[in-house]
Design a protein around this ligand. Structure first.
Ligand code: PMP
Length: 302
């Protein structure tokens, strides 16, 4: 017998929903937005993606996301035959068709099934955009309570071992492993160090720390320089708060009073704990969360 909980989970699978997905130039019924199993992107991770959010019907920083998608594809050695403006339009069209005004927006691009094997010279690039309702990434309590992170066993790779500036599917292999290990140990997420042992980021968001009124964030030289990260830096400057980008070592976490994650999905989420270190869900973090909410909802501008 199917319990209501299991039934709810089955209903919520991502391949079985009403609506439409933009696929290579046109909207298709949601359940027909499929690829073949012999797709290069599936076997060899030749896939790049984006994640944005719409607030009140407007996708925040849309053009930055579309530009990054094209740049990620280029870093992976393929060109998207859609301009940034066309990708923007595809996202807006999919959002409009969804009837949602607050939603998550997921463009994804991949190499097709024209060729199998490591070489992918003859594959064609594809692009799809899906939009769905997605509440707080870490759940409704996170903003009040703060997240608990452990420290991942996996480290962000050095820039000479992978195209670390790309938002490429392959780079998420160690994020999923780290996230699962954290969840299995009762944590919300994991802090990933980089190959040198410096603090890098969480599995799907950048990180900031507060000490004596100054924000500190790791220099993004081997991980994504997030759009939200840059937005928060601008919002902090607007308030006259100094932001220092630098190498941060885990031993330093002892000295920080507040810490938070930033990301298009995660928005601004306070941290309560990273391994043995504790942080307050403090005033500055909540101020940044409020400023970000005000900005994306058009109540303030930069
Ligand atoms: N790092 C990783 C690994 C991510 O997945 C994300 C989310 N895209 C970020 C950082 C934050 O990037 P952004 O603020 O551009 O969403």
């Amino acid at each position: 017998m199917t319990s209501s909980r299991t039934k709810g989970m089955i209903d919520a699978t991502f391949d079985n929903r009403d609506g439409t997905i933009w696929f290579d130039g046109a909207l298709r019924p949601w359940r027909e937005a499929n690829v073949h199993v012999l797709t290069h992107g599936l076997h060899y991770a030749s896939s790049v993606f984006e994640g944005g959010r719409a607030y009140g019907g407007k996708i925040f920083a849309l053009t930055q996301h579309s530009e990054r998608l094209r740049a990620s594809a280029n870093l992976m050695g393929f060109d998207l035959p859609w301009s940034t403006a066309e990708i923007d339009a595809a996202c807006n069209e999919t959002l409009a068709a969804s009837g949602l005004s607050n939603a998550y927006v997921r463009p994804v691009a991949w190499r097709g099934s024209e060729q199998m094997g490591v070489s992918a010279q003859r594959t064609k690039p594809h692009l799809a955009v899906a939009v769905w309702e997605w509440g707080a990434y870490f759940g409704p309590e996170a903003l009040r309570k703060g997240l608990r992170l452990n420290i991942a066993k996996w480290r962000r790779p050095a820039p000479y071992t992978a195209p670390t500036k790309a938002k490429a599917a392959g780079l998420y292999m160690i994020c999923t492993l780290s996230k699962h290990a954290a969840e299995d140990a009762g944590y919300n997420d994991a802090l990933m160090l980089d190959w040198r042992g410096q603090v890098a980021e969480a599995t799907g968001a950048n990180i900031f720390f507060l000490k004596d009124g100054v924000l500190h964030t790791p220099t993004p030289d081997c991980f994504l320089d997030g759009i939200t990260r840059r937005t928060i830096m601008a919002l902090a400057k607007r308030r006259g708060i100094e932001v220092v980008e630098r190498a941060i070592w885990p031993e330093e976490l002892e000295g920080f009073s507040e810490a938070f994650l930033t990301g298009s999905a995660a928005e601004v989420t306070p941290l309560a704990e990273i391994g043995p270190w504790n942080f307050q869900v403090g005033e500055l973090t909540l101020q940044m969360a409020q400023d970000y909410a005000d900005l994306v909802n058009g109540r303030i501008s930069l």
